[in-house]
Design a protein around this ligand. Structure first.
Ligand code: DC
Length: 245
């Protein structure tokens, strides 16, 4: 779909390279909003959390110690993680097999923060993500370190946030849809612990890049968040075109 701005009109070819990063804690709607934004403006979508989840699932399933950075990084590198881009959202393959439902299992969710704190694993996956960015240069990339580490020169950087209570309530509703009943307070506590771990690790921590636009989704409905992000993207790109950069 063509990308148009208020005061300028672009077609897709106006931006052969267009990287938009979306970072933020769990439960802010990064994945669903990022996918919707990518569809609206005709970009591809990269879910980098799926890659950390895949490394975690591989380690758990093969009995590898999830605190052993070099061993887990080797598993992730050997699995030839890559996406099938024709699917929406792109399907992650490990060892040429789709790796989808396993990634959301509770043992993976509980262990993934520890795996995501391992320097060797982050090095392998960040390098893969940079390569994906070169092969798919029109991309919305979602994660924790996309605007800070992986794509520091991204064209537009967004940081999504929401209150801890709202984020936990969204997770409870998501699990309820899958038939899983959980306690809101427990989920909120677990999520805060995971976000603290993600924000305080020495490598690739969750941060809001200085040049990111911060959007709080606590009180905004899904469609309005996507509208707002689309507006941010169009405004920033229009400003760039008008500056001639
Ligand atoms: O977005 P998610 O819940 O699928 O992410 C799973 C975990 O991976 C979460 O603990 C944060 C971590 N992660 C990360 O450290 N860096 C990324 N770029 C993406 C996810």
């Amino acid at each position: 779909m063509a990308l148009t701005c208020d005061d300028s009109t672009f077609d897709g070819d106006s931006f052969p390279n267009l990287i938009i990063t979306i970072d933020g804690p769990a439960g802010t709607g990064k994945s669903s909003v990022g996918r919707a934004l990518a569809n609206r403006i005709g970009l591809e979508f990269l879910d980098t959390g799926a890659m950390y989840r895949a490394a975690t699932a591989l380690a758990l399933d093969q009995g590898v110690d999830i605190t052993d950075g070099p061993a887990v990084a080797r598993l992730a590198a050997d699995a030839d993680l890559h996406f099938v881009w024709a699917a929406d959202p792109p399907t992650l393959l490990a060892h040429q097999k789709p790796y989808v439902t396993r990634l959301r299992d509770s043992d993976v969710t509980s262990a993934v923060s520890a795996v995501a704190s391992l320097r060797e694993v982050r090095d392998v996956l960040a390098r893969k993500q940079m390569l994906i960015g070169r092969q798919h240069p029109r991309l919305v990339s979602e994660g924790r370190d996309q605007g800070s580490v992986v794509f520091p020169d991204a064209d537009v950087k967004i940081y999504l946030d929401a209150s801890a209570r709202v984020r936990a309530a969204r997770r409870v509703a998501q699990l309820a849809e899958m038939g899983v009943q959980v306690n809101l307070d427990d989920i909120e506590r677990e999520q805060i612990a995971r976000d603290d771990a993600d924000a305080n690790r020495p490598v690739g921590p969750l941060v809001c890049p200085a040049d990111a636009v911060r959007v709080d989704t606590s009180r905004i409905e899904f469609d309005d968040v996507v509208d707002e992000l689309e507006r941010v993207v169009r405004t920033q790109l229009a400003a760039r075109v008008n500056r001639g950069t």
